[in-house]
Design a protein. Structure first.
Length: 218
């Protein structure tokens, strides 16, 4: 493989820089997928890493009854399928949630890239540590919190300051929320209605605004 020009150093906790993305893409195959395309099936073997160039994907796990729990979402500059670089089975499924373009890089090519650009190896290691930490937090939340507690944690973590208001930038459906907190859609619907009635939040066009601090218990 002919090494591309050296990309700049990357922040381990940020998405990959554009120059780094271009360098990695040069070592793989760029493909565009429509919405709702499953890129990775949980349990399958594989040797490819998917670097998201544009669009968005969700990482999720499901059982035999088809019930899903969403683990995370990733956008441009993020990557999925890194477990395959160690020869391990896929630990979760990955699906596009909007039209998405990825650089699909095989294990051998990615290892060559890492050897050429050790800063990218640091990014991968730090990202894996961060994902492991967040996975531990999610397990603790599922085991130790009730549905309401998990809902509060999700909304609080997602909310961003917009003109002095706490707004969740993602336009989430009730089903989206249910999948993220491991609950039924009906349960989420009831909790949201109660919080709206209590003046704690407002929802307009699927945009959630936290009007005041959510109570620790409901």
């Amino acid at each position: 493989m002919t090494a591309p020009s050296t990309p700049p150093p990357v922040d381990p906790f940020s998405p990959l820089a554009p120059d780094t993305l271009r360098a990695i893409a040069a070592s793989g195959v760029v493909r565009t997928y429509p919405k709702n395309t499953v890129l990775i099936h949980e349990g399958d073997s594989g040797d490819s890493l998917f670097i998201v160039l544009s669009g968005k994907v969700k990482v999720y796990a499901s059982n035999d009854q088809g019930r899903e729990v969403v683990i995370d979402f990733h956008g441009p500059g993020e990557y999925v399928g890194e477990m395959s670089l160690m020869g391990a089975p896929r630990s979760a499924s990955v699906m596009t949630v909007e039209p998405t373009t990825c650089a699909v890089v095989g294990r051998a090519n990615f290892r060559e890239f890492i050897l050429a650009y050790p800063d990218s190896a640091l990014h991968l290691i730090e990202k894996l540590i961060d994902r492991a930490r967040r996975a531990t937090e999610n397990v603790k939340s599922l085991a130790l919190s009730d549905v309401y507690g998990r809902l509060v944690r999700l909304l609080t973590n997602l909310a961003r300051d917009v003109d002095g208001r706490q707004v969740v930038p993602e336009r989430l459906t009730q089903q989206d929320i249910a999948e993220r907190v491991g609950a039924s859609r009906d349960m989420i619907s009831r909790l949201l209605k109660d919080l709206i009635a209590g003046g704690y939040l407002a929802i307009e066009d699927r945009t959630i605004t936290l009007l005041r601090k959510l109570p620790p218990a409901w």
